[in-house]
Design a protein around this ligand. Sequence first.
Ligand SMILES: [Zn+2]
Length: 405
Amino acid sequence: MRTLGAAFSACLLLLATAFAPITQSYTVDSTVPEAGGCPQPDRWNLSLAMPLNRQWSTAIPSSGAILTLAPTGSAAQLDEIEQVITDSFGVWSGVSGTILNAAANPGAIAPLERTGIADACSNDSGTNIDGLNTICFNQPSAGFTFGVLAFTRVISANAPGVSVGSSGPAAFTGQILDADTLVRNDGQEVFATRQALSTPQGVGAFDLESILTHELGHWLGLDHSAVIRAIMFPFSPPPGQFLGNRPTPQAPDGPLADDDRTGVRSLYPDASDAVNVGTIGGRIIPANPFALAALPSPAPGQFVTGIFGSHVVAVDADTGSVIAGTLGGWSCSTANPPTAQFDGSFLIQRLPVGRNYLIYAEPLIGIATAPNFGVALSDLCGAGAACRMPAVDTNFNVRTLPALP
Ligand SMILES: [Zn+2]
């Protein structure tokens, strides 16, 4: 029996202190093929008839961890929670220029189902990896370490043909087969719907929609972003606050930052999109190559020839807006089999054309640091013995020419 890709966990953390402003990025998770080779981006196979099934467990905590305007235990309460889930999906399917877009591809995301099973998400013992993509509010997990409000387990195939539960066989390496989100329930934190957030009881509650929208970004294959305004920033907005703009029928993707949109476009590009088709790539290398860190041993034939793990950002030169960023540092080698090589390369795709961009690289020494990107970074080598991932390089300064506006 074939093994699966590792059970990747990605989470949203609670930040106890106020944030200071830093800049932005989109980063994707990936999977190294079982037979060796370069990491392949994790993404759904949207060529299937019903590619992205989804359900949520109506087993909600009785302790009041989920705050609604509707009375606890009522059918209306379930409807109110379900609306939050629907709206959170709608944020991502509202992005233009992707085949997830509800208008362009209405069948991409299947109808939202309910299950009464509390333990419906893939649990710590590795069971319930069932190919059913589920949101759970009342399931314990050792993954809820200090400060973790919610997390998402994403299971991807490390070879074509791999399947889990009812997922059906994967067509390609990196195909996501199962995604489950668990929301914390330890009697401490309260999560509120948008209606309940503005009530006196909602003071001190976290906005459930912000948190689910972030977690659903993980469902789609996105990792964290170092952009403080991005929904994929690893830390939650403070209690009582919604990140960005609430979705509206006119702007369903309102809560996202351009960085989030660029990320989802890069994973699920719409071939008919003629606007977001620009690509900027290059390498980040230090002035003094002797400043580069060595690889951990043994790494036969592998060298670090560029800065690994820098945050590379594309800024619209005319507006000053951050459009996208990425985690720079690697490319695919021409070795046989190919593997990740750590040459400082970066590639930012799906940029709007007809604009001027400034590119800069910065070390991950802000609020979002290397551990917040641990999954994306460790994905690069997989379980293969030949590949060794270097430590994230923060030993450089940002210089921009011309000066940023
Ligand atoms: Zn997260």
